[in-house]
Design a protein around this ligand. Structure first.
Ligand SMILES: [Ca+2]
Length: 344
């Protein structure tokens, strides 16, 4: 007689035929389940609900016939739960973890499971949960657990090539925040300042191996006659950076577009970009630059473009633009002005 039993864990259900029927041993049953689902761990524990409560199949040598409660069609449960790992191509992998030990499960063990199941190497990939990387695995000598990272059952972690969020492959990185500080940004400027400070702090934590420097360029518009732009040159001094950003306020602006070109000129020519660094500019704004080619008739006092005739900001060091690896524009549409800006 062919026996069929089912096993369920998480939302999945596997049904297996037992070629040896009741003579199948617990060890053979585990092997069948593992053959069906290679992601299952070796220390698999199978349980089922008998008439007097939960029964654990703990002895691999015991035959199913020795458990009178097991019938054709009995549903087993694996004492497991899962987290999922999703790759950038969308493929999902299942990482089973023992239910009893789930919340105390060390992150270091999870990373090993992920490498085993996904075959991704975590020397050049990172795992992220809600944009936060799963590193470090210990803190002050204490192993960090899934609870420490607030990983819950059936959460989905993302696996990405290391630092692909900013394409940082160079050990030296110069990152400049260039921020529109005109009146239209007034109600958001505090949120922007906090986001910039938090992003700086997160990047420093996430890229401890990198030599990171940060600069800040504040720009406004032509109606601001004194200090139309101000800037802080690259620094790795957190208090200096936060102090400068803390002192920023919004002013002026007048017409719709703003002096973006003036900000770019400062970013390119007044900051001390290092010769071999990866160069990143994060631009935060809610309006485009002057010139009708950049917007749809939004009330521009300079529809022909930049007052000083700048159409394409250039580095004084001609021909070196290719050194700028990445330009990020965060341009918030005008109709969404009521929303805060989030950098992550
Ligand atoms: Ca303006």
């Amino acid at each position: 007689m062919l026996w069929r039993v089912a096993v369920r864990y998480s939302s999945d259900r596997h049904i297996l035929q037992l070629p040896n029927g009741r003579d199948t041993s617990v060890g053979e049953l585990k092997e069948l389940f593992q053959k069906e689902d290679p992601s299952l761990p070796h220390d698999l524990r199978i349980v089922f609900d008998g008439p007097r409560g939960r029964i654990v199949l703990s002895d691999d040598k015991k035959k199913l016939s020795e458990y009178r409660e097991i019938q054709d069609g009995t549903v087993f449960r694996l004492d497991l739960t899962v987290v999922y790992v999703q790759a950038v191509n969308g493929q999902k992998y299942k990482i089973p973890i023992g239910t009893d030990k789930f919340y105390n499960y060390p992150v270091s063990a999870l990373l090993k499971d992920v490498e085993r199941v996904t075959r991704f190497s975590l020397t050049n990939h990172k795992l992220f949960l809600r944009h936060k990387p799963l590193l470090p695995t210990s803190l002050e000598g204490k192993a960090l657990t899934l609870t420490d990272y607030t990983i819950r059952k059936e959460d989905t972690l993302l696996i990405q090539k290391e630092s692909s969020d900013l394409n940082i492959t160079n050990s030296q990185v110069d990152l400049c925040f260039m921020v529109d500080c005109t009146g239209s940004m007034a109600s958001h400027i505090e949120a922007v300042k906090n986001s910039v400070k938090n992003l700086r702090e997160d990047l420093v934590k996430q890229h401890r191996g990198c030599d990171l420097q940060f600069a800040f360029v504040r720009y406004t518009d032509y109606d601001v006659t004194c200090n139309r732009t101000t800037h802080l040159d690259f620094t790795n001094d957190e208090s200096q950076f936060n102090s400068f950003v803390g002192g920023i306020s919004a002013q002026g602006g007048g017409d719709g577009p703003e002096d973006v070109m003036g900000g770019l000129q400062v970013a390119l020519n007044k900051l001390t970009w290092r010769s071999k660094s990866s160069r990143v500019l994060v631009h935060i704004a809610d309006c485009p630059c002057h010139g009708r080619m950049y917007h749809d008739n939004m009330g521009d006092n300079y529809p022909d473009g930049d007052r000083d005739g700048i159409t394409h900001p250039t580095d004084d060091d001609q021909g070196q633009e290719s050194r700028y690896r990445l330009l990020v524009w965060l341009h918030r549409p005008r109709e969404n002005r009521q929303n805060d800006i989030h950098l992550q």
